[in-house]
Design a protein around this ligand. Structure first.
Ligand SMILES: C[S@@+](CC[C@H](N)C(=O)[O-])C[C@H]1O[C@@H](n2cnc3c(N)ncnc32)[C@H](O)[C@@H]1O
Length: 388
């Protein structure tokens, strides 16, 4: 039995969730942050749980060939980045392996899935168009890892240059503890006091370079399917996909569903300005799906928050045939949970869940976060592929 404080040697086998490397000591799983597969490490146990040990690196005995020098002086003190010590192309490969392993395991190793190559972010540094800084004792910084105290920062290597330039001149007003710095779609700079009431949280994709690739990917997939007349963009935010889809598919009736009225307002303004035909409904997706009937041929795009989709939404979608569904996810564990529920629901209704393709796209270089796009269908049992 191990206890907190014990020091031992471990070899990292692979990457696990939350940006941690996974190794084993006497059959016990050990999670080590800031490690890389093939590292041989001297580590110290920081937490003992029933099925695993958390440990921190004390010494790198034999470094993995994936390692590189992390360029940021705050790396490992600041909790924001997890992978700066790994060469960028390998970060992308590791994230991709993790996603594919997680999904295929959750679905019982389905056959005939098109496992597409991962797509790297066009820029691996200076991509974030939104950062949140904390203010303590007149100093501005990020939260220290696992703590509420702050590390004062001069610049953040994953933030857009315009945000870094604004940091030194940021006005600190008494009582403000958390400020968001952001560049909007027109590259206009804004700050928002995140403590004051009445500040709606408005979602926008954080990496405009990778977002352009993502939008094109979703549009290309949607265009590649034929014989549908309606498209439902569920969790549509301010219309990031909806607007591009409506432009690319002028003869399709495109509908967005979004819970946040502030985002719907932005989306509707853009639709009006661009003279598009898309329509929005302000609703939760789960309630919306109870009220509309979606034809099996209709195209569905899902892009839920990190928490994934509501179980009710999955049970409604899984209970009827669906030809074309694209699910965009920023959290592989909730994606795997949702697809599993879809599969189980489909089975209950005598249908077959068929995962068609999986593709990761790195929206969040240097961090643990992963964006994935999957395509699936819910088929009648006697249709083409019924092997799983
Ligand atoms: C990951 S964002 C995607 C937004 C958009 N597709 C984009 O690319 O910018 C998820 C969106 O889902 C919305 N949302 C969260 N829970 C929801 C729910 N239950 N029903 C509908 N929308 C929801 C959030 O407000 C957010 O705009």
């Amino acid at each position: 039995m191990y206890k907190v404080g014990d020091i031992f040697e471990v070899t990292i086998d692979k990457m696990a969730n939350r940006g941690k490397g996974l190794g084993r000591i006497n059959e016990q799983v050990v999670f080590v942050p800031y490690s890389a597969p093939q590292d041989v490490l001297k580590v110290q146990a920081t937490k003992i749980s029933k099925n695993f040990i958390d440990a921190e690196i004390i010494e790198i005995l034999r470094p993995s060939s994936m390692r590189t020098q992390a360029p940021c002086p705050y790396f490992t003190d600041c909790g924001g980045c997890h992978f700066q010590h790994i060469h960028y192309p390998q970060q992308v490969q590791l994230k991709d392996q993790l996603v594919k392993e997680t999904l295929l395991r959750a679905l019982g190793n389905p056959e005939n899935v098109n496992l597409l190559d991962p797509i790297a972010s066009p820029s691996e540094w200076h991509y974030r168009n939104r950062i949140q800084v904390h203010v303590q004792n007149d100093q501005i910084g990020f939260h220290k890892r696992n703590s509420h105290s702050i590390i004062p920062i001069k610049q953040c290597l994953i933030a857009e240059p315009a945000l870094n330039s604004a940091l030194p001149s940021l006005k600190i007003t008494a009582g403000i503890e958390k400020i968001e710095l952001l560049l909007d779609k027109n590259m206009q700079f804004h700050t928002r006091d995140l403590n004051s009431k009445g500040q709606p949280t408005l979602f926008s994709q954080v990496n405009r370079f990778a977002n352009d690739v993502l939008v094109k990917l979703v549009v290309d997939k949607a265009v590649s399917y034929t014989s549908y007349s309606k498209l439902f963009d569920l969790y549509s935010g301010d219309g990031n996909f909806l607007i591009a889809l409506t432009k690319a598919l002028p003869n399709i009736d495109c509908r967005g569903v979004e819970l946040n009225p502030g985002l719907v307002k932005l989306g509707r303004e853009e639709i009006r300005k661009s003279k598009l035909n898309a329509r929005y409904t302000i609703s939760s997706v789960e309630n919306y799906l109870e009220t509309v009937s979606i034809d099996s041929h209709d195209m569905i795009v899902l892009d839920p928050p990190r928490t994934g989709c509501d179980a009710k939404a999955m049970m409604i979608l899984g209970s009827s045939p669906r030809n074309n569904v694209i699910y965009v996810s920023c959290e592989p564990t909730t994606l795997a949970r949702d697809l599993r529920l879809l599969k189980e629901t489909a089975q209950k209704w005598g249908l077959v869940f068929r995962l068609r393709s999986v593709q990761t796209l790195d929206m969040f270089p240097q961090t643990e976060h992963i964006e994935t796009v999957v395509e699936f269908s819910i088929d009648k049992i006697d249709s083409s592929s019924t092997t799983h």
